[in-house]
Design a protein around this ligand. Structure first.
Ligand code: G6P
Length: 610
């Protein structure tokens, strides 16, 4: 949510800022703006209440450029997505962009208004701008001003500031919001994430919480509270330039779906030793860790919760360790009662989801050991958890997660195998078989599914005009169905729900009438008879059944109006395969309905507000 970009150096800033904002679009936003400031302090702010392309047309029509500037994509919280509310926001001696939320903005607005500041927007950010200005006027030093302002600010923020009178400098501070700095041969940058900068540099620095930094053409400096200044030496990121482009695919989502087999393979095989047994030593996790808790509380949002549901199934089956899956926005205020020593396990692709971070902090404050499954290296949740398991999915740009989810599931499956071995519920040869299945068979099957896109498109054509669509399944297909359903509604705007197949008749069956589409997942032979019965109930009411089943499902043509046959997999890991098929199904339906696949309306990739 929201994106920040900043540049200062020997090049002109306007194009760098506009290109940077375009590459941050995926984070979700509804208005945008830039501020350019030349060496003499002349400042020009250009904003618009719409897309970055509109901002670019407006900015390019203005004959002003400079070697220093900040830009922002705003996802409205305080005040609508208007030009007046778009960032940057200026005060007398500074102009700022801000991600996050200032919780005490009303008090600050009153206080600053009484002190003579005039507000021209409804935003919390403008209060931060005036506050920084007030402190700068009083203290005469940007670092002191930012540290002092931070003491008054309640909430979360990543802020970039230009003081026009201070030539060539851009200042920044962050708390609970992502912000990185970077250097290149011809200047320095600020951004909300690495992909926005890969076209310019791979030399990255991640400022710590509440650390004031300054970028100039010469590089990055860190300004300590005691007045000392340190030069920062950035580190080279592993990410290549193509990490941030579509690489020939029509959409990032499609590219990321295609990256799944490799991503799953890496996430699993990275944790398998030469005896084909699970081994988390490269994550820095000791053997004792696996014996150090009685149960696991998963804390997550969105698809990460659905990955957690698969994880619960696998971990409880393989290791008998009780797992609860908690929606982070609820957990953070009402954590469940627990018995014994519980590991709080946060799952987050971005590592910056506000509710998940708050849930993790609550668990920590209550004395629980914590761990996190994270994709974004060095993100807030990764920094705060006692131990981190990185999924290694690489940058995920499409709002709807695909490889992010798949790698979370792969890591959770590996944790299940590891816990089973560690606690003696899983024999070594069975663990090795499961490791082989997860690291070799599953990636191959997901590849095969991706190669059958034409077949899946036919399934999509049959249901594309639906107003409502239901997913049903049993056993491992039950948590899989939740993710399939979310994927569909996120990107195609078709109303969808997921049910344990046996639950349908307890209410929702009343909604099934002639032609109502129901996608039935059947990947575990233990439930085939029961699934067949549930499908009959749907068809008896005229429902249109898309059957997605493994090749051992008996007489599929008697059950499915359309059928997609999956290779027979280890049932525990089958969600990775069936969800891949449904990701493509959702993608095709979204295309047929003319939806903006990578940027679904109202949604943001990185949800940094409550
Ligand atoms: C947003 C995204 C979802 C994602 C959820 C949790 O809602 O659109 O795709 O599952 O946030 O994100 P996280 O980064 O914590 O996994």
């Amino acid at each position: 949510m929201c994106g920040i970009i900043g540049y200062t150096g020997s090049r002109k800033a306007k194009k760098i800022l506009l290109d940077g904002l375009a590459s941050l679009e995926y984070r979700g936003y509804d208005s945008a703006g830039i501020a350019l400031c030349d060496a003499d302090g002349a400042l020009r702010t250009i904003k618009c209440g719409g897309r970055v392309s509109e901002l670019a047309s407006k900015a390019n029509a203005i004959d002003f450029d400079a070697n220093r500037g900040i830009g922002h994509t705003r996802w409205a919280t305080h005040g609508g997505p208007t030009e007046a509310n778009a960032h940057p926001h200026a005060s007398k001696r500074c102009v700022i962009v801000h991600n996050g939320i200032i919780d005490n903005c009303l008090e600050l607005r009153d206080e600053l208004s009484a002190q003579g500041y005039t507000f021209v927007s409804d935003t919390d950010t403008e209060a931060a701008a005036h506050l920084i200005d007030r402190e700068y006027a009083a203290l005469g030093d940007p670092a002191k001003a930012l540290y002092s302002a931070a003491r008054y600010l309640c909430g979360s923020y990543a802020i970039a500031v230009i003081f026009p009178e201070r030539s060539g400098e851009i200042w920044a501070i962050r708390r609970d919001n992502p912000l990185i700095a970077a250097t290149s041969a011809d200047g320095a940058f600020l951004a909300s994430d690495i992909p926005a900068l890969l076209a310019h540099t791979r030399m990255i620095y991640r400022p710590k919480e509440n650390e004031v930094i300054c970028i100039t053409e010469a590089g990055i400096t860190k300004h300590n509270t005691d007045g000392t200044v340190e030069a920062i030496v950035p580190e080279e990121t592993e990410l290549g330039v193509t990490a941030a482009d579509k690489d020939g695919y029509d959409h990032f989502m499609l590219k990321e779906i295609h990256e799944q087999p490799d991503a799953i393979r890496r996430a699993a095989s990275h944790r398998i030793n030469s005896d084909m047994l699970p081994d988390f030593s490269t994550d820095g996790i000791s053997e004792e860790f696996w014996h150090s808790f009685d149960s696991i509380s998963i804390i997550a949002c969105g698809s990460a919760t659905h990955a957690g549901l698969v994880g619960r199934y696998v971990i409880e089956k393989l290791a008998g360790v009780p797992v609860t899956v908690n929606t982070a926005s609820e957990y953070r205020y009402d954590p469940p009662a627990i018995l014994g020593k519980t590991l709080a396990l946060a799952i987050s692709q971005s590592g910056e989801t506000a509710d998940t971070l708050a849930g993790l902090r609550l668990a920590k404050s209550q004395g629980h050991p914590t761990a996190a499954i994270i994709n974004a290296v060095g993100s807030a949740i990764a920094r705060e958890a006692d131990c981190v398991i990185y999924t290694g999915a690489g940058p995920e740009i499409a709002v709807a997660t695909t490889k992010g989810y798949a790698t979370q599931v792969a890591v959770l499956c590996m944790m299940g195998i590891k816990l089973g071995v560690a606690r003696g519920t899983l024999a070594a040869d069975e663990a090795a078989r499961l490791c082989r299945s997860l690291s070799r068979d599953i990636p191959a099957y997901v590849s095969e599914i991706i190669g059958r896109r034409d077949e899946i498109r036919k399934l999509a054509v049959a249901v594309k005009d639906a107003d409502d669509l239901y997913f049903i399944g049993r056993g491992p297909d039950c948590p899989a169905a939740t993710e399939c359903s979310l994927k569909l509604k996120e990107i195609s705007y078709v109303h969808s729900e997921a049910y344990a197949a046996g639950e349908l008749k307890h209410g929702t069956l009343s909604l099934v009438e002639e032609g109502t589409p129901v996608v039935a997942l059947a990947n575990d032979s233990r439930y085939f008879d029961k699934m067949a019965g549930n499908i009959r109930e749907v068809r008896a009411r005229g429902g249109y059944v898309t059957l997605i089943c493994t090749d051992d499902f008996p007489h599929p043509t008697e059950y499915g109006d359309s059928i997609f046959v999956l290779p027979k997999t280890e049932p525990l890991f089958s969600p990775l395969v069936s969800v891949a098929a449904c990701q493509i199904l959702s993608y095709e339906i979204a295309l047929l309905r003319g939806c903006d696949v990578d940027h679904p309306r109202n949604l943001a990739k990185s949800v940094t507000v409550e």
